[in-house]
Ligand binder design. Structure first.
Ligand SMILES: NC(=O)c1ccc[n+]([C@@H]2O[C@H](COP(=O)([O-])OP(=O)(O)OC[C@H]3O[C@@H](n4cnc5c(N)ncnc54)[C@H](OP(=O)(O)O)[C@@H]3O)[C@@H](O)[C@H]2O)c1
Length: 256
């Protein structure tokens, strides 16, 4: 089988640069083309010396011979470029939240904008292979799951599907600082984040609607009530999620 020709839009962020590292090592992929806004015209090796073997230049636009494009842009920016990539016949894997939610009316509440391409929300496949492997294989637009959502959905999917628990669920998650991206912000400064732990998005985190969407699909009759509280902890990367729910009555003594 000839290798898949892959491209990355926005290689300069944490996700874009990590994608470049992973795709370059993949035996069935040729990383052909990468773009970056602030670094266009530079060699990828000069921006990220650990990627020196890739021998790629960062461009303004992707080359046209790409089969699969990874869009690693911030949410709301990805929507602007994805439709034209699909029209060119490229398969798109979007890592932002722009195509994750099936219900367009959720976007103003969680992301602060009206979704301009609701028809693409129907077309997009939620890219969690453990739940949607066959659909992912044939999809042209794949919405990569959020970081917190991935851990929480994988932990809870089996017990929700089999209805082994009561519907009140608590998800307590701790994330490292890289989840906030590479750009500087006050909350992720070393002196703010180091030796500190803080809960945030107490009024509701953006990954909650994804978690609800995917768990509810597994068992539509099950009326879930999810409390999700994310915390920032002083690690560079990684997430630990502890998920709590009561076992359904009678399961332990065998009377259920
Ligand atoms: N970090 C994570 O753990 C994580 C996990 C899952 C999903 N994601 C998603 O992945 C995407 C990228 O996240 P990240 O963490 O890699 O971000 P990041 O490290 O903060 O990088 C963002 C980069 O995007 C570029 N950028 C900003 N606005 C842009 C625009 N309007 N058009 C084009 N480029 C723009 C900037 O590059 P220039 O300096 O070149 O302008 C900046 O370096 C986001 O949608 C995020 O939600 C992130």
């Amino acid at each position: 089988m000839s290798p898949i020709k892959a491209g990355i839009i926005n290689v300069t962020g944490y996700i874009g640069s990590d994608l470049a590292r992973l795709l370059y090592q993949h035996p069935q992929v040729e990383l052909e083309s990468v773009t970056g806004r602030s670094t266009a015209g530079q060699e990828l090796a000069d921006v990220f010396p650990y990627l020196s073997k890739t021998r790629l230049s960062i461009k303004d636009e992707l080359d046209s011979n790409i089969n699969v494009v990874f869009s690693a842009m911030p949410h709301r920016s990805s929507i602007e470029v994805v439709p034209s990539l699909l029209k060119k016949g490229m398969k798109v894997i979007d890592v932002s939240a722009d195509f994750r939610l099936k219900n367009a009316s959720e976007y103003p509440r969680w992301y602060g904008f009206d979704h301009p391409s609701p028809e693409l929300l129907k077309q997009a496949v939620y890219g969690l292979p453990e739940l949607h492997r066959d659909d992912i294989a044939s999809a042209t637009l794949i919405a990569n799951p959020g970081c917190y959502s991935t851990g929480a959905i994988l932990a809870l999917a089996p017990v929700v599907k089999e209805r082994l628990i009561c519907p009140d669920i608590i998800i307590d998650s701790k994330s490292g600082v890289s989840g906030a991206g590479r750009a500087l912000s006050l909350t992720t400064h070393y002196s703010e984040a180091n030796e500190n732990v803080c809960a945030y998005s107490l009024e509701g985190h953006r990954h909650l609607p994804e978690i609800e969407q995917e768990l509810e699909k597994l068992n539509p009759e099950f009326s879930l009530s999810i409390t999700f509280v994310p915390h920032l902890v002083p690690m560079t990367r990684g997430i630990l999620s502890s998920c709590y729910a009561k076992l359904r009555g009678g399961l332990l003594d065998g009377s259920a």
